[in-house]
Design a protein around this ligand. Structure first.
Ligand SMILES: O=C(O)CCC(=O)C(=O)O
Ligand SMILES: [Fe+2]
Length: 284
């Protein structure tokens, strides 16, 4: 068997049982090495069995499977990232939930132009009704908003191209941009952006590009007080500062991602944001 990467079912079951019993990886590796396995082949075999173990446990726990998620290209502790036509700065990061705060995502002029584009189109923000997959006005969401089709004009095209490069995620997987305005007292109560697969309305939404797997909320102005984006389960808040953005990803539609977030009430001034939701596949 020396050097062979293939393992038969009996051996896989044995590795699996060792892992289940809590044996450390070295203890599982040793018998394989003793049987003449090359080290890398043995590591690969154990990793494969471990992955199977984790996936089985997830199924047993009723967890939906994990998806690939967007992630900034070449992050590697860099303090700034080239995103097509713009240098975006990395301000802070959390690993779990996965949150990254960016600065300099949009120029002041771009922020102002997005606000002016949205202003005449505002209506009371709707939330997805998970029972039907349709939109409805919701008391937890006291902002006004509007949505633009992807690539609807040159500004949106430029920004969407930049975001696709920044997050290394296909442009077609992005939903059209949503712009929201919050006046004093308006807020968006903590929620998840993914669609709850257990709800009857999910099917209709998932047909168009699969799950949402990440969100980018861009701040189009700086409210005088209040209006941070909050992650209550992480005790973390990102201040709304013009041109900055908060990115967060969630690899499965489950609260274990800790991606619960909200827009805190605006206390003084107003707050404008543009939100980009990213899907698993092309959104049509
Ligand atoms: O306004 C915010 O800070 C959050 C917006 C948000 O959660 C959303 O648009 O889904
Ligand atoms: Fe949200």
């Amino acid at each position: 068997m020396a050097g062979q990467a293939r393992i038969d079912d009996a051996l896989e079951r044995w590795i699996f049982e060792q892992v289940r019993a809590g044996s450390p990886p070295e203890a599982v590796l040793k018998p394989l090495l003793d049987r003449g396995w090359q080290e890398q082949a043995a590591i690969d075999a154990v990793e494969h069995a471990l992955r199977g173990f984790v996936e089985q446990r997830e199924r047993e726990d009723g967890l939906p499977p994990a998806s690939r998620v967007p992630a900034p290209l070449g992050l590697n502790d860099a303090s700034s990232l080239r995103a097509g036509d713009r240098e975006v700065r990395v301000v802070s990061q959390l690993r779990h939930p996965r949150v990254i705060a960016f600065a300099n995502v949009l120029s002041d002029d771009e922020c102002d132009a997005l606000v002016e584009m949205a202003r005449p189109r505002l209506s009371r923000s709707a939330t997805v009704n998970m029972a039907t997959g349709g939109d409805e006005v919701h008391v937890g969401r006291t902002s006004q908003g509007t949505c633009f089709a992807r690539g609807a004009n040159a500004l949106l095209q430029r920004v969407e191209d930049r975001l696709s490069r920044l997050l290394d995620w296909p442009l077609e997987n992005g939903e059209g941009m949503q712009v929201l305005r919050y006046g004093v007292g308006a807020e968006y109560k903590p929620h998840h952006d993914y669609f709850d697969p257990a709800q009857p309305g999910a099917g209709v939404l998932l047909e168009r590009g699969g799950q949402r797997v990440a969100s980018l909320v861009m701040y189009l102005n700086t409210p005088s007080r209040g209006g941070a984006t909050t992650f209550p389960e992480a005790g973390f808040e990102v201040a709304a500062v013009k041109g900055n953005a908060v990115f967060f990803s969630y690899d499965r539609p489950h609260p274990m991602t800790l991606s619960l977030h909200g827009g805190a009430p605006v206390l003084e001034g107003e707050k404008w944001v543009a939100t980009k939701w990213l899907r698993e596949r092309a959104h049509r």
